[in-house]
Design a protein around this ligand. Structure first.
Ligand code: CP
Length: 320
C-alpha cells in the first residue's frame, strides 16, 4: 500500500493499523526533507488547500499551512472572523462557495463534533479534520504516535506494544484524548487515563483503557506521560476545587518528575498551561518532547496530504 484509498481523513477510528503506519513511515521521509537546504517538494503543485478554522488554533493551523506550502500547493486561509460567516452565512453555503472555487483540500476545525464529516459528504474536495468539538483530533494523534515511535525507534517494528502510556488531565473535554486512545490502543499500547473523577468519565473504559485517580501511584509505571490542557473554555461550572488544587494533585511537578522512569517521555499537545499541568523546569527537560511534537506535526501533515493525493514514488521527489 502506498496511498490512502480514501477521500478524507476524519478520525482515527476509521483508519486501519496499516494506514496509521503508512502515514507515520511516510512522515519520516518528509521529516528528513527538513534537513535539506530546499525544504519543498512539488507533490501538490497546481492543487489548492484551504484552511477553514472556526475555532482558534496556533500549531495545527500553522502546521497544515507550512505542510501545504512545502508541498508546493496554493494556500487559502479562510479566517472566520473576517468572512461572511459573521454576516450569517451558513456552513453549507460556505462549503458551496469553496466547491465553486475548485478547492482540492479543506482542513477544518469546528466547535461542533462531526462538522468535518458533514462537510465531507457535501463536497468533492478532500476534507481533513483539524479538530471537531470533543470528538476527534486525528492529526494530533498521528503526530503523537509518530513522536513516540521515533523516540522508541519502533517505526520499523510498527508497534507500541510493551509501552504503558498515561494520558493525564481533562479527558472529558479532550478530542486529543479520544483520538490518542484510539491510535495508541490500536498499536498495542496499554493506556491509563488519570485526573479528577469529574474530568475522567467512567465510560471511557469502553475504549479499552484503565482509569486512575491517583497520579502518584501511576507515574512510576509509565513509559510515556501525555499531559492535557485544562480546557477552561469548554467547562461549564467548576469541575475541581481550584487550579492550585489541580496542580497539587495532577501536575507533573519537579518532585513527581524525579520519581518517573529514567527513560520516560513527557508529551503535551499544546497549548501548555505552565504551572498548572506541568512545571516550567520539567518543560525544559530533554525528556519533554513538546517542541519535537510540533516539528513532527508538519511532517505528518505533509504525509497525509501526499497520501490522500494518491502517493507517488518518493524516489521521484529526491530528483527535484
Ligand atoms: N494541539 C493543538 O491542537 O493546538 P492548537 O489548538 O494551537 O492548534
Amino acid at each position: 500500500m502506498n496511498s490512502l484509498k480514501r477521500k478524507d481523513l476524519l478520525d482515527i477510528q476509521s483508519l486501519s493499523v496499516e494506514e496509521i503506519l503508512l502515514i507515520c513511515r511516510s512522515a519520516k521521509y518528509f521529516k528528513d526533507i527538513f534537513t535539506r537546504s530546499v525544504k519543498s517538494v512539488p507533490v501538490l503543485r497546481g492543487k489548492a488547500v484551504c484552511t477553514l478554522f472556526y475555532e482558534p488554533s496556533t500549531r495545527t493551523r500553522i502546521s497544515f499551512e507550512l505542510a501545504a506550502k512545502r508541498l508546493s500547493a496554493d494556500l487559502i486561509n479562510f479566517t472566520v472572523a473576517t468572512s461572511s460567516v459573521v454576516k450569517g452565512e451558513s456552513l453549507i453555503d460556505t462549503v458551496h462557495t469553496l466547491e465553486a472555487m475548485k478547492v482540492d483540500y479543506i482542513v477544518m476545525r469546528h466547535a461542533a463534533s462531526m462538522a468535518p464529516h458533514f462537510l465531507s459528504r457535501n463536497i468533492n474536495a478532500s476534507v481533513i479534520n483539524a479538530g471537531d468539538g470533543f470528538h476527534a483530533h486525528p492529526t494530533q494523534a498521528l503526530l503523537d504516535t509518530y513522536s513516540i515511535m521515533e523516540q522508541r525507534e519502533s517505526l520499523d517494528d510498527g508497534t507500541l506494544a510493551g509501552l504503558h502510556i498515561g494520558i493525564i488531565g481533562d479527558i472529558k473535554h479532550s478530542r486529543v484524548a479520544r483520538s490518542d486512545i484510539e491510535a495508541f490502543t490500536k498499536l498495542g499500547a496499554k493506556v491509563t487515563i488519570c485526573g479528577p473523577p469529574t474530568l475522567v468519565p467512567d465510560d471511557f473504559k469502553l475504549y479499552g483503557v484503565d482509569i486512575s485517580y491517583n497520579l502518584d501511584e501511576l507515574l512510576p509505571e509509565l513509559n510515556v506521560i501525555n499531559l492535557l490542557r485544562i480546557q477552561k473554555e469548554r467547562q461549564k461550572g467548576s469541575l475541581f476545587p481550584s487550579l492550585r488544587e489541580y496542580h497539587r494533585q495532577f501536575a507533573l511537578t519537579v518532585e513527581r518528575f524525579r520519581r518517573c522512569r529514567d527513560d520516560v517521555i513527557v508529551m503535551h499537545p499544546g497549548p501548555v498551561n505552565r504551572g498548572i499541568e506541568i512545571d516550567d523546569a520539567v518543560m525544559e527537560s530533554p525528556k519533554a518532547i513538546v517542541n519535537e511534537q510540533v516539528t513532527n506535526g508538519v511532517a505528518v501533515r505533509m504525509a497525509i496530504f501526499y497520501l490522500l493525493a494518491g502517493g507517488a514514488p518518493l524516489e521521484e521527489m529526491n530528483e527535484e
